[in-house]
Design a binder for this molecule. Sequence first.
Ligand code: TYM
Length: 332
Amino acid sequence: MDEQKKNMLSLIQPTNTPHLGNYLGAMQNWVRLQNDYNCYFGIADLHSITVRQDPAKLRAQIKESYALLIAAGLDPEKSTLFVQGHNCHHAELSWILSCYTQFGELSRMTQFKDKSAKYSDNINAGLFTYPVLMAADILLYQADLVPVGADQKQHLELARNIAQRFNGVYGDTFTMPEPYITKTTAKVMSLQEPTKKMSKSDENPNASVWVLDDKDTIIRKFKRAVTDSEAEVCAREGKDGIINLMSIYSAVTGRSFEEIEAEFKGKGYGDFKLAVGEATADMLAPMQAEFKRISADKAYLENCMKQGAEKAYKATRKTLQKVHKKVGFVVL
Ligand code: TYM
């Protein structure tokens, strides 16, 4: 760990292959910022069981997500790449922090409200206390910066409130984390319902582009993207589908909205959709090739995971001991 650098942390759930929203909203920023911070990136396996999972599929997806972190360009030597459940400190701090979190605060979480409506036959306690575990993830590593998509903002605010409350009672214990959210890709929308965010649990197979989709599939999904009955590529109100495609194209190519409007002036949506599809597929191709290569090397992956688990455990021991002391536990 470099004492000069600040800490950055973020996690992703292994509930499915990451989609374009996960990549553009979060992972891409992780890669961009990794040299400027002491980085901790994790696979949130503990969070994922708040919704019922098939065990064999979950295990495979944890490995796939982990390999994708490396394939995306995160360096397991420089950064700590870990699986959350491999470091028991997460669950332990989560319990302690739950005693400093109010029932009312958790009841106000929009993700809890959405998920309990969607999975109404399984509104378990974990679904309710999910944001406390997320606060534990963040505060355990004394994270200064947390790069996420806009949907995690409320959870981050809760983590800040918990930190402030704890620090207020016991004196400086936790670093106050700041969210890092990129404007254009904070919320990548579904290709089929552009007023809804792209989501891993969407049942419509054309709604999300998965980062491991092949080029033809990506182009086909973009071709089928829901837009509007006009034919002008511009970011006007009411053109949610086009604005979403423009945001994706902008994030992938680095072009501004003005440049995109100029590029497609006088052309139809067909040309535009094809360009977005091709650019997206080309951007993902190196990561896909790297993923294929890394996935074949099971020993390498397992070794990285083991090292990540050790590094994560060591990095968080001090914080947990400090917390134990502050609340009045006997530290041996
Ligand atoms: P998860 O697995 O749902 O998503 C991983 C990251 O992707 C972002 N994201 C999006 N960004 C833009 N557009 C979208 N449509 C979109 N969908 C998802 C998310 O904001 C996230 O940054 N609770 C977290 C995982 C987590 C975590 C943490 C994150 C657990 N502990 C500690 C940060 C810090 C989650 O479910 O992300």
